[in-house]
Design a protein around this ligand. Structure first.
Ligand code: ZN
Length: 268
């Protein structure tokens, strides 16, 4: 059993008194390794709460620098971070919240060349990316490695979250076999996004990640949670695994990572 310092007992006291967490659960969190893909709108709240909760190792992959237009929602970063790498800014913010967390920064774009090696170092992935090629890449790599992938995405005033857990439920391709035609799914830059929205969806992702690590509650496996901020309505869609899925189906045809930029271009 992990030996808590007096400071840790105090820091995590509100977790430790919860029967579902306790000292054992907090130990599990401190020994967990989570990879945050993107330190932007979704990655900011997810990263802050995962760090505060005492996830022992938090990997963050992002190659962007902080821009003034990010600060409307990307709460890991502040004015003094403009122009700095997001991973560096995130690491500093997290160190101030919880020095127990070891932050590993990956200043590169997740690609077919590095995805298996990077994701392979972690227990679980929190997908906070903002583009379709990366989403398919994360999905396929997580299926191949058997790693849970806590998915979230946002658009204007609406967001969605679910958990893709290989062997226990559907994957992203079961849900979306084909990427949208280029130009049909505008980015946040093009279409806008309400700043509070990623705070809600990113926190659902953080909550789901911790539930999986602790093996408590009912994770969003095979359930797509949809949130409309304007009507304040949550809806849920049941998802099922597609036996014909090219990556997690009965006869998979994708056995290695492909060129995802190309995949998202040439389908249409
Ligand atoms: Zn699938």
């Amino acid at each position: 059993m992990f030996k808590f310092s007096n400071e840790q007992i105090e820091r995590y006291s509100r977790h430790i008194v919860l029967p579902e967490v306790g000292g054992m659960g907090q130990t599990k969190l401190l020994e967990s390794k989570v990879l945050l893909i993107g330190a932007g709108g979704l990655g900011s709240p997810a990263g802050l709460y995962l760090a505060a909760a005492g996830i022992g190792t938090l990997g963050i992959i992002d190659q962007d620098v902080v821009d003034l237009s990010n600060l409307q929602r990307q709460i890991l970063h502040g004015m003094s971070d403009i122009g700095r790498l997001k991973v560096e800014s995130a690491k500093e913010t997290i160190a101030d919240i919880n020095p127990d967390v070891q932050v590993i920064t990956h200043t590169e774009r997740l690609s077919s060349d590095n995805a298996l090696e990077i994701i392979g170092q972690y227990d679980l992935v929190v997908d906070g990316c903002d583009n379709f090629p990366t989403r398919y890449l994360i999905n396929d790599a997580c299926v191949m490695l058997g790693k849970p992938n806590v998915h979230g995405s946002i658009f204007q005033f609406e967001g969605q979250a679910t958990v893709f857990y290989p062997g226990k439920g559907p994957c992203y391709r079961c849900l979306y076999p084909m990427p949208p035609p280029p130009g049909m799914a505008p980015s946040c830059q093009e279409a806008g996004v309400f700043g509070v929205l990623p705070g809600i969806i990113g926190n659902i992702q953080a909550f789901e990640a911790i539930k999986i690590l602790l093996d408590i509650g009912e994770p969003l496996i095979g359930r797509l949670k949809l949130y409309n901020g304007l009507t304040a309505e949550f809806k849920e869609l049941k998802l099922r695994q597609d036996s014909e899925c090219p990556v997690c189906g009965e006869n998979p045809t994708i056995h290695e990572l492909i060129d995802y930029e190309e995949f998202c271009r040439v389908q249409w």
